[in-house]
Design a protein around this ligand. Sequence first.
Ligand SMILES: *[C@@H]1O[C@H](CO)[C@@H](O)[C@H](O)[C@H]1NC(C)=O
Ligand SMILES: *[C@@H]1O[C@H](CO)[C@@H](O)[C@H](O)[C@H]1NC(C)=O
Length: 349
Amino acid sequence: MANLYIPWIFLVQTLTLLAKCRGKVPAVIVFGDSSVDSGNNNFIPTIARSNFQPYGQDFPGGQPTGRFCNGRIPSDLISDGLGLKPTIPAYLDPMYNISDFATGVCFASAGTGYDNTTSDVARVIPLWKEVEYYEEYQKKLKAYLGNKKAKKLLSDALYLISIGTNDFLENYYTLPDRQSQFTVKQYENFLINLAADFVKKLYALGARRMSLAGLPPMGCLPLERTTNIMGLHACVEERNNVALEFNRKLKGMVAKMNNQLPGLEAVYVDVYYIFLQIITRPSVFGLEEARVGCCGTGRFEMSFLCNPHNPFTCQDANKYVFWDAFHPSEKTNQIISDNALKTYLAKFL
Ligand SMILES: *[C@@H]1O[C@H](CO)[C@@H](O)[C@H](O)[C@H]1NC(C)=O
Ligand SMILES: *[C@@H]1O[C@H](CO)[C@@H](O)[C@H](O)[C@H]1NC(C)=O
């Protein structure tokens, strides 16, 4: 038995070494909604925008960029944490070109969802169109780097996918159509199938390393609490339970894809648990206010209602879990991103 033992160890070591040879992540490629949109909506006719003050007041240079935050968003922070650039440019922004996009690019669009009918609500970029832009990007990258280098970059890159909240809050629970067609559980399954199709599509296009973020505790977003009048503005439990159930299904789908698609390294990133901890005990994280956002009264303002003329905006967004009534502050984004890097994305570091 003793002589058999050594070759096995050797094999394990060789495999480990081979896995490491895969190389560091050379680029971060982003798909999704406002949680990761770095400004694509500035370049399409929609009201779902944030390229005006006080958005961006704590961003480098104090610039409003179209990020739905006072500062940086998780995709920026994760890129930074991976040793890549500190902010990820929006693909539609003519200020940038392929040499910038070669280390990170964002196709996300605030207000969009897995479901085609979700992006119709605020006339934003549907997910299938984000993929079309990505295909266009691939062509430009191949022209810029050459076929071989571009292909390697596209397969070593980390794809960050953060989407789904709008399908429930903007679409299912707000408009009559999907509710008349699906129970909420059926709608979850419908979205999970779309998510699986999306993963397969990216895989077919050469993507291998993917991070799929789950839903936040949707019922605790200030806007949801504002409408929970009977519940005295507590978190809406039903919405949180839907998020938990959707996340469980998403995690299962990711495991299934990893089994089905050779070479795929997809991870489910849970944001629910850490986010709920921050909301439940903000002081543990150095925060003070979790019920309302910083911008305006913090109860309903976002997008154009969160503007420089709103007199109620707080003094210090760093004390707030939420920046506006729907989106986390930079400080919360930092805690959630650090947790994602440490807990779920460590193998890509
Ligand atoms: C990208 O833009 C930079 C600066 O604006 C310029 O120097 C560079 O040549 C451009 N690269 C490509 C590939 O167009
Ligand atoms: C969404 O729209 C695109 C473009 O029209 C279409 O190709 C796709 O099949 C649609 N998806 C669903 C699930 O209807």
